[in-house]
Design a protein around this ligand. Structure first.
Ligand code: GDP
Length: 304
């Protein structure tokens, strides 16, 4: 991820190397090149504009003094603004003051919700929590089974709709809102400290999906609603993120598939577009390919 963006930015900064001072023309050229690199990386246009406006304003006014030469100063400004776009500082997960912490996951089908549910459960378990996973995705025939596989791998129990109903088509008739509500009761009874609710996704944003996710949100009153988004989604990131913001009012974002070789625009757009912080990143299919998201580290990775 970001390989081509990183190369482009590095090449741009190289043209500033050795310059004693930067003219406005130097700054214009650099900002234009940064803009092209971000657009080619699929970063959303309003984000690109905000970002490059800030860089220009700061580069023009930058003091040419101190230990950094002008080129290094531009790199520093770009780094700081990248950190800003990515959310400033890391935002830890919020936990309930009493009773189990409820974390609901929402996102499009294939975004990586179920995989992430396992990773988060595994991560929380390693920190001493006692999570339970809830299969409230009753749309996809094998979603419940998939979560059970993930739960087994993570060593975390899974609350699924009535066992005994084995045929997938029968299962899919279950009511995900009831499943989620019952799961919370069960979690309280069994003293689980965290309940992770996996919800259904569709291939595209649709009204029924949003209503269902919104109903589950109302029913379980979550401490966190995490919107899971595939970093490879490209320019659709903005519309998708906005739709979920309206539909489920997410409190945090999870970026998945950061290990892919796509251009990474979604990763750079979603925080700025929604104002919602990125909490975690998923970097592969395995349980431990998971990161707590740090804007500073991500910015350094992009600029290295
Ligand atoms: P869901 O429909 O949102 O529950 O998505 P899944 O968790 O089933 O994931 C969809 C596909 O993406 C599966 O093949 C996963 O193995 C894969 N996947 C999920 N997260 C990642 C990731 O971070 N990196 C990569 N490379 N693949 C992932």
């Amino acid at each position: 991820m970001f390989a081509s963006l990183s190369d482009r930015l590095t090449a741009t900064f190289r043209t500033l190397r050795g310059k004693g001072r930067l003219t406005e023309a130097d700054i214009d050229g650099t900002v234009a090149e940064i803009r092209r690199a971000l657009l080619d990386a699929d970063v959303a246009l309003p984000v690109v504009t905000t970002f490059t406006d800030r860089i220009r304003a700061r580069a023009v006014g930058a003091e040419v003094s101190g230990a950094l030469n002008p080129g290094q100063q531009v790199v520093k400004i770009v780094h700081e603004e990248l950190v800003e776009i990515l959310g400033g500082s890391a935002r830890p997960l919020s936990f309930a003051k009493s009773g189990p912490t409820v974390i609901m996951l929402a996102g499009l089908q294939g975004a990586g919700k179920t995989t992430f549910a396992g990773k988060l459960a595994h991560h929380l378990k390693s920190q001493g929590h006692t999570p339970i996973l809830v299969a409230a995705d009753l749309q996809r025939p094998n979603a419940v089974t998939q979560l059970e596989v993930v739960g087994e791998r993570a060593g975390v129990p899974v609350y699924a709709p009535e066992r005994g109903v084995t045929r997938d088509d029968e299962r899919s008739k279950g009511d995900p809102v009831k499943v989620a509500k019952n799961a919370i009761k069960e979690a309280v009874k069994r003293q689980h400290s965290v309940v992770i609710v996996d919800t259904a996704g569709r291939l595209g944003v649709d009204a029924e999906l949003m209503k269902q996710a919104g109903d589950i949100r109302k029913a379980v009153d979550p401490d966190e609603v995490l919107f899971v988004i595939d970093s490879m989604i490209g320019q659709d990131a903005v519309a998708t993120a906005q739709a979920f913001q309206q539909g489920v009012a997410m409190t945090g974002v999870v970026l998945t598939k950061l290990d892919g070789d796509a251009r990474g625009g979604a990763a750079l757009s979603v925080r700025e577009i929604t104002g919602v912080p990125i909490l975690f990143a998923s970097t592969g299919e395995k349980l431990d390919e998971f990161e707590v998201f740090h804007p500073e580290r991500m910015a350094s990775r992009i600029l290295d």
